[in-house]
Design a protein. Structure first.
Length: 251
């Protein structure tokens, strides 16, 4: 490193009340540019930030939060930082109610839980594409620095961030690596859903490559490829995609 260069900022912020808060910056695109640091963040929800956490988030200058939680989830943990404009893009959770029903009926296995997770990812594309379209409208309107989150910051947020990185022409293998970082950082609430067996809780409390693959396979089945999904599903034409790359990539 030359004297003129500075080290990259930390990707993971290590907040006490939001364990999965991290930066999408630094990832290399196919043309050799890099995602700008300190512009797009991803996280679990911001309703349990400590005072120290809130001070750290304020120092980042975050202007906007894009919240994919459902109605009841949002009520359980509102963002406490008044300076952040919160945009609600609700994708209602669907997995846990079905798991509870199957457990009560005596027919629930870990494989059931994994397939339900994959199916939820398919449904993000089939039923909630308008939510992702709205996120991209805000990205184009330059509301950064911004944070994208849901409850755990792993599933709905994971798909949203995969789409953002795809639009910025980041290679698939890097996108998958970022997605899987949740398994390194996210601290699960071990008391959540005590009525479900441990192996099921473990299955739904992590991210797996097959989950994201289910969403991407659905895109290919319904649209042909991710580029077509960006155009026809999200309404991002070539000029707008170039504008996104000019805004959020740096040489």
């Amino acid at each position: 490193m030359s004297a003129a260069e500075s080290p990259s900022p930390p990707r993971h912020l290590g907040l006490q009340g939001a364990s999965n808060f991290r930066d999408l910056g630094g990832y290399e695109s196919r043309d050799g540019r890099h995602v700008r640091w300190r512009q797009i963040f991803r996280s679990n929800h911001l309703g349990q930030l400590t005072e120290t956490d809130a001070a750290a988030v304020r120092r980042l200058g975050i202007r906007s939060a894009f919240d994919f939680r459902g109605r009841q989830e949002r009520a359980a943990g509102l963002c406490a930082i008044a300076e952040i404009a919160v945009h609600t893009l609700p994708i209602e959770p669907s997995v846990v109610p079905v798991l509870r029903e199957r457990w009560s009926a005596g027919r629930l296995t870990r494989d059931d839980a994994l397939e339900l997770m994959r199916d939820s990812y398919r449904n993000y594309i089939r039923h909630y594409t308008p939510r992702f379209r709205t996120l991209f409208e805000h990205l184009l309107a330059d509301h950064a620095p911004l944070v994208i989150h849901c409850t755990a910051g792993k599933d709905r947020t994971g798909v949203a961030c995969a789409l953002v990185l795809s639009a910025l022409d980041v290679p698939d293998e890097i996108i998958l690596d970022d997605y899987l970082l949740t398994n390194q950082y996210f601290r699960r609430d071990t008391a959540a859903h005590p009525e479900l067996p441990d192996e099921v809780i473990e299955a739904i409390g992590t991210v797996q490559a097959s989950f994201l693959a289910a969403a991407l396979d659905t895109i290919r089945q319904d649209y042909g490829d991710v580029g077509s999904y960006l155009r026809r599903g999200l309404g991002i034409d070539q000029a707008e995609r170039k504008a996104l790359q000019e805004r959020y990539l740096t040489s």
